[in-house]
Each structure stands twice: as structure tokens, then as C-alpha cells.
Write a protein that binds this ligand. Sequence first.
Ligand code: IPE
Ligand code: IPE
Ligand code: MG
Length: 251
Amino acid sequence: MQPSAEQIDKNRLPKHIAIIMDGNGRWAEEQGQERLYGHFHGVESVRNIVEGCAELGVQYLTLYAFSTENWDRPEPEVTGLMSLLVDTIHKEVPTLNKNNIRLHVIGNRTMLPQNVDNELQEALEMTAQNTGLNLIMALSYSSRWELVNAVKNIGLDVQSGKINPSEINQDTLQQYLATSAFPDPELMIRTSGEYRISNFLLYQLAYAELYFTNTRWPEFRKVHLYEAILDFQNRERRFGKTGKQVKTSPL
Ligand code: IPE
Ligand code: IPE
Ligand code: MG
């Protein structure tokens, strides 16, 4: 039987879901097509999953769309992806507004072509008033870039006397991350049968539940999302405690 939204316990939804949308290229090649064809179809999955999360009432959805390392792919693929991005953002803003979805971006925006960044900026501003789902696009993002950036900025603030090194704690570091405004993901999904993190939210995923599926991203739909959430709801999250402790005093 296919999982359905009704089976999900709405009181125990993950607040924040993060997804590594992987497998576009292989999916396309399996269809005898160019890799870009896979990216193109991946956009339909993004629409479907964003809609699915908004319907369920998930508060934060982070989508890994392009990593810092992806800049090293062949030039036609990078250019194709960038133009797909501009196009998609441009087309989707009315739908985001209609569904009360606020767009956020994390990543090294200085590496983005100017037209992509302009389009993004406009979309960020046009959705800034929305109060429903927070859709966080990780674009030109890598966790090591983010952490190095955080350390640099902490260094600058120490130098200027704004913070005292002896007072630096986990909350301080959290405030310097690109994700400072968001809670840590509770569920991380990776599609396409790869079992790695690929430089994604290394710090923030400390206690996330990890879910891997062989489904390629262009074929990932709401039912697959429900499957992942149902799996999440069957896990026992212990945060370093014993099973007995978490059973007697729910977190
Ligand atoms: C994920 O699919 C999308 C991006 C990384 C931009 P891939 O392009 O990595 O597809 P595979 O993993 O090569 O199949
Ligand atoms: C991770 O996928 C990045 C995105 C999905 C945007 P990759 O396809 O780049 O990761 P690796 O190279 O297989 O680790
Ligand atoms: Mg890949």
C-alpha cells in the first residue's frame, strides 16, 4: 500500500526537512537523454515536494540545489543549470506568494552570475512577507565554505572587541552560520542511492535522522516524502541518552 498523508502524525512532524536532490544526471542518462534533461525534470519534483511540505505544515524545507563543488562541472552543464534556475525562480514567485511560502537562500552568492543573483534578490524581497513554509535554497553552498566564513567573521568581531573569545559557545557559532535564522533539520533525505553528505549542513545535521532512498530526484514525489516522514516517526531519537531515559521523559 502506498503511504498517504493521513498516516502521518501531524503533531510529530519534523519541523525542518533538508533534502539532497541527487540523481538528475543518471536519471536522464537512463532515459537516453542529456544530463540537463534530468535537471529540467527535477524542477517538477521541487514543485511537488514544496507543495507537499506546505500542505503538511512543515515549517522549514532546505533543498540542496547546487554545491560549491558543482562549479567544477563541465561549463555547458553549469550554464544550463544557471539559466534553469533564473527561469524557475522567475516563474515560481507568484505560486510561492499564493501559497504563503517565503524563499531564503544560503550559499556563496558572490559566485553566482549577476543575472541569477538579481533574480534571486527580487524573489527574496517579493516573498519576504510570507509566513507559511520557509523554503531555503542551498545554492553555491558548501558546509566547509559556511564554517570558514563563520570563523572569519567571528575573528573580525573578536578583533573589533564585539565579542570576547572566552564567551564563545555553541550559540555564538550558530549565529554566524548561514542558517542562523532556522532550527536544525530533524530529517535529512538523500535521493539516488548515494550514502554521503557531500558537504551539506555538516554542523546542523549533528542529530538529524538520515534517510536514503534509491529513487532518483526527478522521480521523487509526495508519496516518497510521506514514506520518509513515516520512517522518521518510527525512529527513537535519543540525543545521547539511553532508550529508557527517552521513554520515561519525552524530550
Ligand atoms: C543533482 O543531480 C543535481 C545537482 C547536483 C545540481 P546530479 O546532477 O548530481 O545527478 P547525478 O548524481 O550525476 O546522477
Ligand atoms: C550534492 O550532489 C549536491 C547537490 C545535490 C546539489 P553531488 O552529485 O554534487 O554530490 P557527489 O559529487 O555525488 O558527492
Ligand atoms: Mg549527483
